[in-house]
Design a protein around this ligand. Structure first.
Ligand SMILES: [Zn+2]
Length: 313
């Protein structure tokens, strides 16, 4: 039997109390039994709820310690509702929507929650793309300036990598890059794509050294002058991404925050065929208890100072 609720009624049934929420997090975080987050010992004493004490090193902890839910002052039930809401909105949730659905007092809180959930969408230890992978860059935040290799005011350059799955699109990765220079492109590609992979690009010079980095490289050249869809998968992802940013977020994404939106888009895209919305809820829950907490003090203008520049999947 699946270990996640299938409907919102089941959600509220399963998680009617804080204890039920905690028990669920314990199952997700420690499927093989409670483990000390400090020293990984498995001899653990259960103290006054919700505390545990490590018999080995004496460390006192709770199931939320070191996770996205650490230091939260709101009930876990509300967090579970938020995660349900976020994973059930087909095109993604906005801060305003989260605030309304949960009845949160402040927009800022809703924004911070969404931010934390986006951070959890970056799966720890994710694997890189392999097989046949299309790679291209696209500008976000305005019409394409036409010139490559340099940035443009108010626009962000995003590297899109899309794995081929037959004629369809497999998994994707998105990464914001400083410019379309070989150095920037190569660094982002190495983060996203397994070496030995067959990479397809257009004829841009920034991709010319990929073979020396251990990739197979296929340059797709236009056969005619007319707009042929040379890299159909990355082009499709680029247009879906732009439509999503304009639709769900009204194009109001500040360049400083774009990384998080890219993570959310990749998380949703890579799981778009999940038949069950409950499964999506379950995956995000798993990642929430696996991820590092995002303390408020590392947010500067809503932006975390350090992050890894790749996406979930
Ligand atoms: Zn310990």
């Amino acid at each position: 039997m699946a270990d996640y609720p299938q409907t919102v009624v089941e959600l509220r049934d399963w998680f009617a109390t804080e204890t039920a929420c905690r028990d669920y997090l314990v199952r997700l975080r420690w499927p093989d039994g409670v483990r000390c987050p400090g020293c990984t010992a498995t001899e653990i004493w259960t103290m006054k709820s919700p505390f545990y004490r490590c018999a080995h090193c004496g460390y006192d902890f709770t199931v939320t310690a070191g996770t996205l839910f650490a230091d939260t002052h709101k009930p876990l039930r509300l967090w579970f509702e938020a995660i349900w809401h976020v994973t059930n909105q087909k095109s993604g949730a906005s801060a305003l929507g989260v605030q309304r659905v949960l009845g949160l007092g402040s927009y800022r809180t809703a924004w911070n929650w969404l931010h934390k959930l986006r951070c959890a969408m970056v799966r720890p230890g994710r694997d890189r793309l392999a097989g046949v992978v299309e790679v291209d860059e696209t500008f976000i935040g305005g019409p394409e300036p036409g010139k490559r290799g340099r940035g443009a005011a108010g626009k962000s350059l995003v590297l899109i990598t899309a794995q081929a799955d037959g004629r369809k699109i497999g998994r994707i990765r998105l990464a914001r890059i400083a410019d379309a220079s070989a150095a920037s492109l190569e660094a982002a590609i190495r983060q996203a794509v397994e070496s030995g992979t067959c990479i397809q690009t257009d004829g841009w010079s920034g991709y010319s050294r990929l073979k020396t980095l251990g990739y197979e490289h296929e340059v797709i050249r236009p056969a005619t002058e007319l707009g042929e869809n040379l890299l159909p998968r990355v082009n499709r992802v680029a247009s879906l991404l732009k439509r999503w940013l304009l639709g769900t977020h009204q194009g109001a994404v500040h360049p400083d925050h774009l990384d998080y939106y890219l993570d959310e888009f990749a998380f949703r895209f890579n799981r778009r065929t999940s038949r069950s919305r409950g499964l999506l809820f379950y995956r995000l829950m798993q990642q929430a208890v696996a991820s590092e907490p995002v303390p408020g003090k590392t947010l500067v203008g809503g932006r975390r100072l350090k992050r890894t520049p790749a996406n979930s999947g």
